[in-house]
Write a protein that binds this ligand. Sequence first.
Ligand SMILES: C[S@@+](CC[C@H](N)C(=O)[O-])C[C@H]1O[C@@H](n2cnc3c(N)ncnc32)[C@H](O)[C@@H]1O
Length: 429
Amino acid sequence: MLVQPLEARWQEVLDSVLRSMRGSGLTTRDVARLAPKVEELSRAYNTAQAEGRRTKLPLEARIAFSFPRDVPKGAGAVRELVASGVLTIPPDRPLRVLDLGAGLGAMTWGLVRALAAAGASGRIEALLVDEDEEVLASAAAIGRAARAAFGTEPIDLSFITQVESLGRAMKSEGAKSDGWTGGRHDVVILGQVLSEIDPRSDPATRLESQAALVRHALDTMVAADGALVIVEPALRERTRHLHALRDRLLEGGAVSVFAPCLHSASCPMLAIETEWCHEDLPVDLPPWTVPLARAAGLRWQGLTFSYLVLRKSGVEPRADAGGERVRFRAVSDLLRSKGKVELFICREDGARQRIRRLDRDAAAEQGVPFEELRRGDIVTLSSPPDVSAGGQPAGGDASAARGPAAPIDERGRVQAKAHVAIDVAAARK
Ligand SMILES: C[S@@+](CC[C@H](N)C(=O)[O-])C[C@H]1O[C@@H](n2cnc3c(N)ncnc32)[C@H](O)[C@@H]1O
């Protein structure tokens, strides 16, 4: 399990950072005093009023609540990079991470924890960039407290922080951002920061300037075999903006999408105004933050976010295997109704489709039970080898000559004996 809530021992780490803050005196246990600050924070993010340094958001609430809530999002966004072996810690040097708009470093910690959960060990050097000096000081304090509490095994994580505005650094062609360029970073992360950049400018201009920013980061900061990871809130408009950004970057070429899409065709969600592709993993907040979430009127069940993983090269657009095999990502929860379960999928050939497995076919299914599929899983459905295009056992009759049938028919019905395999599981309780 690569995506896990922060363990109980983290509460003391965050409390020690909170206690060291001048004038605060709060800890994660001061629910009544912290809850209004958490509410204020949540309101600002939901109404797009958070704009970096310009909106001073309560730092105590970010440490006590946002940090534990967001670390697993970082792990969720890199889970396929880690599971596929694309992201590992090199044996002979540190893994280099550049966290842009890093805040408290939650995304970097998510990445570190996903690697540790996969059994990785070694050194990671993270450069945390943010325009807010105060939040970076707290990020460094969390790093020190965690190191003191947990040591450097299995992963020795060191932080450097740099106060800088992303927009300014991009415009001045890296005047102060020299340390970031040179294509030396294995992973560059933009965690929940695009939402805070120019939220009030017109959508087309914003799309262009953010595409330029991401392209600049990919071209100048990411190593040839590295990855750029974007995380955004799961809200519809923010996520659709991320889909549009993806399509815009792909139009420009020399970019490949590693996740969540299995294809480089335009995003099928954009064709339907009410749709957006987001994660909703069964990973709850740690129990020690639940009283705070409850008091602030926020949910603690599940982990929602959107993400996009880009690479310079590598994963080439894949054509759907067609015929007897369909590979897809589940982009909804299972929808149960009388006699069937349904699922929305985004296929390797770029099509979004609603598929259904009839209850009466359940007994014949092979591999993983269809009902165990979850939003975010990458799945391969295959036709059983003995089934012909007519859906009948191949036995030398005329229909067998037509070749294997698709595991999903043209009306979206999953064939009775289809084999279900989960290639990469999203997350499980
Ligand atoms: C919502 S927080 C996210 C922090 C962290 N990346 C995470 O996902 O948990 C956004 C951070 O981006 C920073 N930020 C916003 N606009 C920025 C800009 N133009 N340049 C640098 N940092 C910026 C803010 O100061 C804030 O710390």
